[in-house]
Design a binder for this molecule. Structure first.
Ligand code: AMP
Ligand code: GLY
Length: 423
């Protein structure tokens, strides 16, 4: 089989590594990919939003299956365009990817189908949003409706901050058209857990749980980022939590999408908060998490192509999804200054040290191959994942391996997975 992966980050490298292990796959291509993915796949210089070029490439190469890793092309309808010319693709169609693409849509869906989430109101004009704030309880959470690289969420402690927030989202359009609408919702407290799942339109199978660390600095300080590190499984995701979510969140979401005529096939990523009143949905994503994929996929026992094909064919009920009984931790090595401003183009040393090391992975996020060697090419540069028998061992292994590579302005958090000590 020939497989094309669309995307260029650490998540796509983790997907490529799983695809490369499949016995069913002969050739892997990635658009546009990065230096690490280039070791496993042929990278083609086509951007993830260049739909015509992707479709033409897939047709011309005789690609059997395209896996779309990123949110933007899914929300933009890349899967529909591939299917329109008879090509197979993994990921939700445009009418289902709206689950991630519009927060107003997802909140209304949860309300309509009684799926637990924070209380909220949707607004499409700033005047009404500002009027609502007069009677709101603080803190409140403001969310730009559309995709905003994970940055369109503002937690406001008082009315002055909230007014400023409404202004930046709806009037100044800080997040562009993502701010055409916005959600104002209740602030929740609790521990966050990410649960990724495979969905075939009717059946849902959840993967092992994970937890991300979204803030830039140790101790959950600093700005929100795309994710600075993950661990899996989450010891806070207990059997009771799992049972509750299965009954009240997972299957109800899949059924709700089907009932709305928006059959969902692909990955649903449930961002959950474990509140005092039980688990509630913070957000849905329509793709693997980044860097959740980097700790979840290395622990998956199944051949990923079997699972992906079963999703497309509506046969997920025939799959026995299994994960290793161990743990994994991913520490992101970023460029100093991320997520605001940072320099690129520094040579990365030590990448060879991962060759042949069982249970250790160096997933490339922002890297580029040049004449000088592999250089930094983004805010998040590498995701260093290591497995261990338990979280403690995985954490020690990941931090040891994080020392194997060196580059100028290398920055990482030192407390990824530290929360496990509280258990
Ligand atoms: P989202 O993109 O919706 O996941 O939001 C990004 C982050 O903002 C989440 O991971 C939470 O840490 C935080 N957040 C979002 N919604 C809420 C909420 N209702 N209450 C508290 N924190 C929230
Ligand atoms: N790690 C969070 C996300 O992928 O959205």
């Amino acid at each position: 089989m020939k497989v094309l992966i669309v995307g260029s980050g650490g998540r796509e490298h983790a997907i490529a590594a799983s695809v490369a292990k499949s016995t069913k796959v002969d050739e892997i291509y990635c658009a546009p990919g990065n230096a690490g993915i280039g070791e496993l796949a042929e990278c083609v210089p086509i951007g993830a939003m260049e739909f015509d070029k992707i479709v033409n490439f897939a047709k011309g190469k005789g690609i059997d299956l395209t896996i779309v890793g990123m949110d933007d092309p899914l929300v933009g309808g890349l899967v529909d365009e591939l299917e329109a010319v008879g090509l197979r693709a993994f990921g939700p169609r445009k009418n289902a990817a709206i689950l991630e693409g519009s927060k107003a849509f997802s909140k209304d869906l949860m309300k309509k189908y009684n799926i637990p989430t924070a209380a909220y109101e949707n607004f499409d004009d700033a005047e009404a949003a500002l009027a609502y704030l007069e009677t709101a309880k603080f803190p409140v959470v403001l969310k730009a409706d559309g995709l905003a690289l994970g940055k369109g969420v503002l937690i406001c402690n008082n009315i002055a901050e909230a007014r400023e927030g409404v202004k930046s989202i709806m009037l100044d359009r800080k997040f562009g058209s993502a701010g055409n609408q916005m959600v104002i919702e209740e602030f929740m407290t609790g521990r966050e857990v990410s649960v990724l799942s495979f969905v075939d339109g009717k059946t849902i199978k959840t993967m092992t749980s994970a937890q991300d660390h979204k803030r830039a600095l140790d101790g959950d300080q600093g700005l929100n980022t795309g994710g600075m590190g993950t661990f899996s499984p989450s010891p806070f995701y207990t059997k009771e939590v799992d049972e509750f979510c299965r009954k009240h969140i997972y299957q109800p979401t899949v059924d709700a999408m089907a009932a709305e005529g928006r059959e969902f096939k692909g990955i649903i990523f449930f961002g959950l908060m474990l509140t005092e009143d039980g688990p509630k949905v913070l957000e849905y994503n329509a793709r693997f998490g980044d860097p959740e994929a980097q700790v979840v996929l290395p622990r998956m026992k199944n051949d990923i192509m079997d699972v992906v094909q079963a999703c497309i064919d509506g046969k997920l009920d025939e799959i026995d999804l299994q994960f290793e009984d161990n743990a994994a931790v991913c520490v992101v090595l970023a460029s100093k200054g991320y997520p605001v401003s940072y320099e690129k183009g520094y040579v990365i040393q030590g990448l060879d040290r991962f060759k042949g090391k069982e249970g250790y992975y160096c997933f490339h996020a922002g890297t580029k191959k040049t004449e000088k060697g592999v250089v930094t090419n983004g805010g998040r540069v590498l995701g260093i994942t290591a497995k261990g028998r338990d979280l403690k061992e995985a954490r020690a292994n990941a931090y040891e391996a994080a020392q194997w590579v060196a580059f100028e302005n290398k920055y990482m958090r030192h407390d990824i997975g530290k929360a496990i000590e509280e258990v």
